[in-house]
Design a protein around this ligand. Structure first.
Ligand code: FAD
Length: 499
């Protein structure tokens, strides 16, 4: 079998690349190891209720904003998007008080200035800075050159140092960073651009999807098929074979007999480490490149508790909660604490209730950063063979986290009907993410040349895509999909809709 382009993995990045190439007239084929498409976007169903895994909310989906432009292109704007409360899309619980973050750069600054009047000028300048970064987000697509490396001056700067030198009040720094568990807050490494770009997009507007993240994947799969593309589920890529200095075919395992799929172009949505492990014999990939990729570190993973609530007990609030433990000095210590097995902060997100009556929450997800070292001793097991002590660990953690969440949502503990849990091991099993990493490879502002990857690989017809390259999250991955396809199709057809 021969295609114009074969895409390994049906995460958001893989599906978007397939969509773009199919739209340009190429005959594409996506191969996915799981029975469900979407990678981190997968939702799961228990007793009729839908729960999300690696997708809770997105930013910048308002009319004319960057994700809206991208999702219009991907025909995703007809999905049931629900905007979060513009006067408080995120609520930060820190140091015994809570703070609402508002949408709109001026509104955001005004809201926080009410809590921190003596810092009003600094808040205004911070907000203006985020606005500027947000407006530059399409730069890597519009500029010639090597993608993200040409983006702007903020990439090589350190996010923590920026905050420390521009915001004097330590409490205010915590609140401004308080909803940033959707990136890995690490003082030494986090690039200012990652921090500013993500926060900027959510301040523009914040949205949930009624029905779960799988709707995005299902819609993309259906569009790809309508354009004549193939999406093979339960088809694990086990080898990429090279011939005459190019990738020749991918060997997939589905059914009993492995099958070769030939193609002119290959895009890997798998982690770069996993991709290289599929290139068993390669003349193009030198050991030094393999070594560099294998050495890259991963961001943390999550322990998640998906809770089904008793009816009519917890009011549905159209916002997310970020809760931090009493006595925590800095939310920037969370990732270091996760390494030590300490859980000091969490994101709590309610699912949009089904039907017109939105008064009561039906499901709540709790997400707590967790280092892989916490679960690595069970790595040799699979979901069907996890031992008793792993199950006990999960139950213990779930109870601990529900009790902590009860401090922000009074009555939560009593309102729990049932719950399901997952750990970084679960994510590793279902998405192939190394160590169950939530945000892929750790980008290091001190070492951009090593930690930011370009879509091009040493094999001229093999490309990377997805969150491991430069930006994570739904917006970051969508931009990366365009960058990957720009390297294949040239920039013109892609940027025309953004200009
Ligand atoms: C707990 C959690 C919460 C998150 N919350 C949000 C959020 O609220 N908002 C947001 O914007 N982002 C969020 N993110 C991040 C976001 O989900 C990811 O950045 C994004 O979905 C990653 O997409 P991807 O295309 O890079 O890859 P992935 O989703 O990792 O997809 C990779 C795909 O490759 C497949 N695969 C692996 N190996 C093989 C193989 N050998 N053969 C074939 N297929 C294979 C996998 O099964 C998977 O489908 C969250 C992530 C996590 C983990």
């Amino acid at each position: 079998m021969k295609f114009d382009a074969v895409i390994l993995g049906s995460g958001l990045g893989g599906l978007q690349c397939a969509y773009i190439l199919a739209k340009s007239g190429m005959k594409v084929c996506v191969v996915e190891k799981n029975g469900i498409a979407g990678g981190c976007l997968q939702s799961f169903r228990r007793k009729g209720e839908v729960f999300d895994t690696g997708f809770h909310y997105v930013g910048a989906l308002g009319k004319g904003q960057i994700l809206e432009k991208l999702f219009s292109y991907f025909s995703l704007m007809d999905l049931p998007w629900r905007q979060l409360d513009t006067e408080g899309f995120d609520q930060i619980f820190f140091g015994g008080k809570s703070y609402l973050l508002r949408n709109g750069f001026e509104n955001f600054a005004e809201g926080l200035s009410e809590h921190f009047p003596s810092s009003a000028k600094q808040i205004k300048a911070y907000s203006a800075f985020l606005k500027e970064v947000g407006s530059k987000i399409t730069d890597p697509l519009l500029k010639p050159g090597n993608g993200i490396f040409s983006v702007n001056e903020f990439l090589g700067k350190n996010a923590w140092e920026y905050l420390e030198s521009n915001i004097e009040d330590p409490l205010l720094r915590n609140i401004l960073s308080g909803n940033s568990l959707k990136l890995e807050l690490r003082k030494e490494t986090l690039p200012l651009y990652t921090f500013a770009q993500i926060n900027s997009s959510y301040i523009q507007s914040a949205w949930r999807l009624e029905g779960g993240g799988s709707l995005i994947a299902d819609s993309l799969v259906s569009s790809i098929r309508k354009m004549g593309g193939e999406v093979y589920m339960s088809s694990e890529a086990v080898e990429i074979a090279e011939k005459d200095g190019k990738a020749d075919y991918v060997l997939i395992k589905h059914g009993k007999e492995p099958e070769r799929i030939y193609s002119d172009i290959f895009i890997s949505n798998l982690s770069p480490q996993l991709t290289l492990s599929l290139l068993k014999e390669s003349k193009c990939v030198r050991p030094v490149f393999r070594h560099r990729i294998q050495k890259l570190e991963q961001t943390y993973g999550f322990f998640t508790v998906n809770i089904r609530l008793k009816e009519g007990k917890i009011p549905y609030r159209n916002r997310n909660y970020y809760c931090y433990a009493e006595g925590l000095d800095s939310v920037w210590d969370i990732s270091e604490m996760a390494e030590k097995g300490l859980a000091k902060g969490m994101l709590i997100s309610e699912t949009v209730p089904k039907g017109p009556d939105k008064r009561w929450a039906t499901n709540i997800d709790i997400l707590v950063p967790m280092a892989f070292s916490q679960v690595s001793k069970w790595e040799g097991t699979t979901p069907s063979s996890r031992p008793q002590d792993y199950k006990e660990f999960k139950a213990r953690k779930a109870e601990e986290f529900i009790a902590m969440a009860d401090g922000c949502i009074p009555g939560l503990k009593e309102a729990v009907q049932t719950y399901y849990t997952s750990t970084p091991l679960t994510y590793q099993h279902y998405t192939g993410a190394i160590n169950g990493t939530a945000y892929g490879i750790r980008k290091d502002c001190n070492n951009l040349l090593k930690t930011l990857l370009a879509p091009k690989t040493p094999i001229p017809n093999l490309f990377f895509t997805g969150q491991n390259l430069n930006l994570h999250g739904v917006l970051g991955v969508s931009i990366t999909s365009l960058l990957t396809c720009s390297d294949i199709l040239g920039k013109e057809p892609l940027v025309s809709f953004l200009e």
